[in-house]
Design a binder for this molecule. Structure first.
Ligand code: GLN
Length: 537
């Protein structure tokens, strides 16, 4: 039996209160105190995973080393903790039902009626404890998606109730995150929504151990006292979470409020050291006091919802801080770039990033953005679809293959410089069938990529079906676009660069998923460095 302790994070009053950031901040403090911690997200929707979701629904789909397509909160967990997550760190209702139904079909329930309680709740409890049972973690923090009171959250709250009971007070606790709204007309902070949300939780048999209260204004002791009285907690267990300038402030704010201390006390754990947050605060200091500024155009088709590019914008922050540079993003909708306006729209930027994506919407705009970067010596980073567009633009405009394209957008094109991977040819199902997760890549010495990584072999995460068509490799290389990263097992081209350009790199993988506060991603660091150089011209 492992001694892992469990912390559940539920949310009340409204969505978007930042449960993921609170969970990650708490985990960071506990990690700094010497505990081994991981965070898991339970999502109440029916999709098996967010891989089939349009980014407009929930923002970016994050990918782990072991190829799980997950909620973007896992990105925060990795960026804060600097340790990888896995399939086990994100579970959806779809996944839970899929396992239970598969077991039913195999006859594993021995003729019993299969029900939400106990079968679905047993499966949820099993999924919650998988990480604990590895023996790798002192503490597992489980964030329950959605808001208490949602119909689809009920089985999760019931599973938490059962686990609290089975594990006992010292081993499992609940943090409830709520909102204390400020009524400007009355000039007052209001506790009633929190009282109601706690009451709702209690109706399901769960009493919160700690309240974390999101607020725009300081919460007075009187308000804490009132919340304690109505919500069955001690005053010291009411933690204020005031709006912060950046999400990276939250660990410090939680430290000041003593969230980690209260959690450890409840779990009967003693830590040997105080959280120092040395590297973290050095990062924060540089992030908040930049000496320089660069402007990067982010060209994508989902820019109405900036969460669609969460890992990319966070990677900019990490890389920017390492150069004491503010990275200003010029958001450019790829559909808005036309042959007439693209030069005007992109004028003055110090770097261009063409984003990942699927399908043909906005493709011409992406190709225009690549052309502008290539012809004007603007540092360029193309990610996944962005890399593919760089290959297409180069083939069209330098090699003169006018109809060069990807078979994703033009199935019958005469020069398919990007085409479907052989392994994908017979794939018909959409969910979880792309080339996913970490693959090795061998770098060519002297390349920009090699200079950035300072390593011969790297491992990066993928999420795509199409690839560079090696039939065109010799011709493209002869004209100045080099393949500088190759998958040693399959020969797939993973990185392309243009030699006579200050910094032009396209990657078939997603470097943004691996950038963390402690380890800003080397490609982003070098991209920003090149942008800085450009800005000084
Ligand atoms: N649509 C492209 C492919 O499937 C690129 C995917 C991406 O950008 N993640 O290959």
């Amino acid at each position: 039996m492992s001694n892992t302790k469990y912390v559940f994070v539920t949310g009340g009053v409204t969505s978007s209160l930042g449960k993921g950031i609170i969970a990650a901040s708490l985990a960071k403090l506990l990690q700094e105190r010497g505990f081994s911690v991981t965070i898991q997200k339970l999502d109440p929707y029916i999709n098996i995973d967010p891989g089939t979701l349009n980014p407009y629904e929930h923002g970016e789909c994050y990918v782990t080393d072991d190829g799980a397509e997950t909620d973007l909160d896992l990105g925060h967990y990795e960026r804060y903790l600097n340790i990888p997550t896995s399939q086990a760190n994100n579970v959806t209702t779809g996944r839970i039902y899929q396992s239970v139904i598969n077991k039913e079909r195999k006859g594993e329930f021995l003729g019993k009626t299969v029900q939400v309680i106990p079968h679905i709740t047993d499966e949820i409890k099993h999924r919650i404890q998988i990480l604990g049972e590895t023996g790798d973690y002192d503490i597992v923090i489980t964030e329950i998606g959605g808001t208490v009171g949602d119909i689809e959250s009920l089985p999760y709250v019931e599973s938490v109730r059962q686990l609290l009971w089975e594990k006992g007070n010292d081993n499992a606790i609940v943090i409830h995150l709520t909102l204390i709204p400020y009524l400007a007309a009355a000039g007052e902070l209001k506790t009633k929504p929190t009282q109601h949300s706690v009451k709702m939780l209690m109706q399901s048999g769960v009493s919160p151990d700690i309240l974390v209260c999101r607020t725009e204004h300081q919460i007075s002791d009187d308000i804490k006292k009132k919340l304690a009285l109505f919500c069955n907690v001690k005053q010291e267990d009411v933690i204020q979470s005031i709006d912060a300038e950046t999400i990276y402030d939250v660990p410090n704010l939680m430290l000041d409020e003593g969230l980690d201390t209260v959690v450890l006390k409840k779990l009967n754990l003693v830590s040997e050291k105080e959280p120092e947050l040395k590297v973290w605060n050095a990062f924060l200091q540089k992030h908040k006091n930049p000496k320089f500024e660069v402007e990067i155009a982010l060209v994508g088709k989902y820019i109405e919802l900036q969460d669609s590019y969460k890992s990319i914008t966070e990677a900019f922050i990490h890389a920017g801080s390492s150069h004491e540079t503010k990275v200003k993003v010029r958001w450019i909708h790829s559909e808005s770039l036309t042959p007439e306006n693209f030069e005007k729209e992109l004028k003055g930027v110090n770097g261009i990033l063409v984003a990942p994506g699927f399908g043909d919407r906005g493709i011409d705009g992406k190709i225009k953005a690549v052309k502008y970067a290539r012809e004007n010596n603007i540092p360029f980073l193309g990610i996944c679809l962005g890399m593919q567009m760089a290959v297409i633009e180069f083939s069209k405009n330098v090699l003169g293959l006018k109809d060069a394209f990807s078979t994703e957008m033009k199935n019958d094109c005469l020069n398919p410089v990007i085409n479907l991977m052989e392994s994908q040819e017979n794939v018909t199902e959409k969910g979880g069938t792309m080339r996913l997760g970490a693959w090795d890549c061998k770098l060519v010495e002297g390349s920009q990529a090699h200079k950035a990584y300072q390593s011969d072999v790297i491992s990066e995460r993928h999420r795509h079906r199409y690839e560079f068509n090696n039939e065109y490799l010799a011709k493209i290389e002869a004209d100045g676009m080099k393949a500088t990263g190759i998958n040693p097992k399959t020969g797939l081209v993973e990185i392309i660069e243009i030699s006579n350009h200050p910094w032009f790199v396209g990657v078939q993988y997603h470097p943004e998923y691996k950038s963390t506060v402690l380890k800003p991603h080397p490609l982003f660091v070098n991209f920003i460095k090149a942008a800085l150089k450009q800005s000084k011209k």
